[in-house]
Design a protein around this ligand. Structure first.
Ligand code: AHR
Length: 661
């Protein structure tokens, strides 16, 4: 017989809770009264970068690839199975692209010459296909200029690989001049690899641009919005901040390819398409069809942060292209436009509707300020060139916006010359928050739970802005989101939490990846065209973030912090609003460990909850087939005279929560 969920949970509870009579191996003492420091609301956040098709083809729910024909190969993503280019016998028509240079940001459009009634077709292949769900509605829009009214009808269909029609609509193009049209398709079947077929009735020339299809059911039902399932996973984490737009994408492989936020706001049609820097980065994972339409631009990121209840944390180019690539530098005397971008961004986010950039925000539908408090200068730059540029930004921002908190960076590595130099210089400059990155093996994470124990409490605050345990090697395509990586990060995170006096923000990176179109692994979330799931690492992040608490309290073993003695790691907080004491315990050993938790101070309830994440094998992972293989299990625990005894399963992360009376 298959045990039902309740039986499973009860059984688990019994196994996890242990019995009062059993031998106690480790005693941990928690002082629930004394607050060591406040936990910042930003302690656990998310890092978004358009890598792995995270924006176009991912979070941004557009289903048409190269909708406005602006890719470097202008018809990339579009097929013409029965055009002249394929068969001289079937002269049904041909589609080409034309560049209208007066239209600076969206110059290309598609000119279709339909020669006869043999049914000329154009097919868009989507982002490795299009995910459609039975009975769901999809909104189509396009712009067309129908020369002399030659084309009588445009038929638009979802099709599968065998050309079976899975939904259909049509448009009658009524105008010689450019005009927008819209229609809706309802999917008759669920299909992960659908395509969009466009067929023309009539003969003659028609121009097409901005051919777009979005699911109607997007996050918050926003028109042309974001994928609901992916945002839901982020929302469930209750992130304290949203860092965007990266990552190296901020810097670009060249300065021309850097992220320029001003080109990502305003009318979507006018946003200039740019090659994605990850298009060519890795020979092992080339993605020639990876471009940025910026349909997901800075306004949308700010709005997403607001939806998530997270502080927006934009990171801007400081005039240095990625130093792993060209390392192009803007000369110091030409830095002004870059600095102005930062100042204007603050006005865009916070300025009144009377200011030029505040008006842009307001015209986009958000008259209220976004309440920006943090701004990042550069991603992971290093060396004297960075420090020189940082100083200029810092002065300009603080002169105009003294309350804005500036995030600076200590380079790509957590130690070594770049790090030491950057940190030293930033300390001298009294930098407020320094971003550290570490992509290391799981053992490093376990061994570095004490990393911040000796950081100067009066020095810069730390943003652990990008980290993830790498099961093979940094950026190896063989890295896995396996359980060893996830619980090792949890062990390390107890160290971040114990040092909340110094560590104010933390985020795993990268955030997400398309199952077929990724460049970098591991990633917190995985998605395909129909589904998304959280990795084991996601559940670790979520467990910490949703149990953030408000005040750090001490947990010790023999009066020492619990930092890996006997493979045990721990941190503790209390939440003065919900009146909970929350203890996080990580057992990285292959054996179960009994712990006796002695909570001194506030009188506590006689029962609490245990939330446990565990899996038998170090290599275990979540997957599309088994998305919750490693996910939290809740059980009840008895608390007697402020003492709780539990057995921590091998390789486990456990959160104990007890109400204060
Ligand atoms: O997270 C992937 C990349 O790793 C980021 O773009 C960069 O900042 C870091 O090197």
């Amino acid at each position: 017989m298959k045990p039902n969920l309740i039986t499973k949970i009860t059984l688990c509870g019994l196994l996890l809770n242990g019995f009062y009579g059993q031998a106690q191996k480790t005693t941990l003492e928690v002082n629930t009264t004394n607050t060591v420091t406040k936990i910042q609301p930003t302690m656990y956040g998310v890092f978004f970068e358009d890598i792995n098709f995270a924006a176009d083809g991912g979070l941004y729910a557009e289903m048409i690839k190269n909708r406005s024909f602006e890719f470097d190969t202008p018809l990339m993503g579009w097929e013409q199975p029965n055009s002249d280019t394929h068969s001289f016998n079937n002269e049904s028509g041909i589609a080409t692209t034309i560049k209208a240079l007066e239209n600076k940001t969206n110059p290309s459009f598609c000119r279709v010459l339909v020669k006869n009634d043999k049914g000329f077709e154009m097919i868009n292949v989507g982002f490795r296909g299009m995910g459609i769900k039975k009975d769901a509605k999809y909104n189509l829009s396009l712009k067309a200029a129908n020369h002399n009214g030659a084309i009588k009808k445009i038929i638009i269909q979802f099709i599968d690989k065998d050309k079976k029609v899975l939904g259909e609509t049509s448009i009658v193009p009524t105008s010689n001049d450019w005009k927008g049209y819209s229609a809706q398709l309802t999917a008759t079947q669920t299909e992960a690899k659908a395509q969009l077929k466009i067929t023309f009735e009539g003969a003659g020339t028609i121009d097409l641009d901005m051919i777009s299809v979005f699911p109607e059911d997007t996050w918050m039902h926003r028109k042309n919005g974001m994928r609901k399932d992916i945002v839901q996973l982020l929302y469930d984490m209750k992130p304290g901040f949203l860092r965007f737009p990266g990552g190296c994408i901020v810097e670009g492989r060249t300065l021309a390819q850097r992220y320029q936020w001003k080109k990502t706001v305003g009318d979507v049609e006018k946003r200039e398409t740019l090659i994605n820097r990850w298009n060519t980065e890795f020979e092992h994972k080339p993605a020639p069809d990876y471009f940025q339409t910026f349909g997901l631009g800075f306004f949308e990121y700010f709005q997403l942060a607001e939806d998530l209840g997270a502080q927006p944390l934009p990171i801007l180019s400081c005039g240095m292209a990625c130093q792993f690539n060209t390392g192009e530098l803007v000369p110091m005397e030409e830095l002004d436009p870059y600095v102005q971008d930062a100042l204007d961004l603050i006005q865009f986010a916070n300025g009144s509707v009377e200011t030029p950039w505040g008006k842009v925000r307001s015209d986009m539908g958000h008259p209220k300020p976004f309440n920006l408090k943090f701004i990042g200068v550069g991603n992971e730059q290093w060396g004297p060139d960075y420090i020189a540029r940082y100083k200029v930004f810092e002065k300009a921002i603080k002169d105009q916006y003294p309350n804005m908190t500036i995030v600076s960076g200590a380079g790509p590595f957590p130690e070594g010359d770049y790090f030491d130099y950057g940190m030293e210089e930033l300390k001298k400059l009294n930098a407020e928050i320094v971003d550290e990155h570490y992509y290391k093996n799981p053992q490093w994470f376990r061994e570095n739970a004490t990393r911040y124990d000796n950081y100067d409490r009066k020095g810069p605050k730390i943003f652990a802005g990008e980290y993830a345990a790498q099961s093979v090697a940094i950026a190896s395509p063989d890295n896995k989101n396996n359980w060893e990586c996830a619980f090792s990060e949890a062990a390390f995170m107890t160290g971040l939490e114990r040092n909340a006096e110094v560590v104010n923000l933390t985020s795993y990176a990268p955030l997400m990846a398309h199952e077929e179109a990724w460049q970098w692994t591991p990633d917190l979330l995985w998605f395909n065209n129909l589904e998304a799931y959280g990795s084991a690492n996601y559940y670790v992040q979520k467990l910490f973030a949703t149990n953030r608490g408000t005040d750090l309290i001490n947990i010790t073993k023999d009066e020492k912090a619990v930092t890996g003695q006997n493979h045990l790691f721990a941190s503790a907080v209390k939440d003065v609003v919900s009146k909970d004491v929350i203890v996080k315990l990580v057992n990285t050993s292959s054996s179960a460990q009994e712990v006796n938790i002695d909570l001194k101070g506030n009188k506590l309830s006689s029962k609490g909850t245990l939330t446990t994440l565990t899996s038998a094998n170090l290599e275990d992972e979540n997957s599309f087939a088994n998305p919750k293989k490693i996910s939290p299990i809740e059980s009840e625990i008895k608390v007697k005279n402020n003492k709780a005894i539990t057995s921590l399963p091998p390789y486990s992360v456990t959160v104990l929560k007890i109400k204060m009376k």
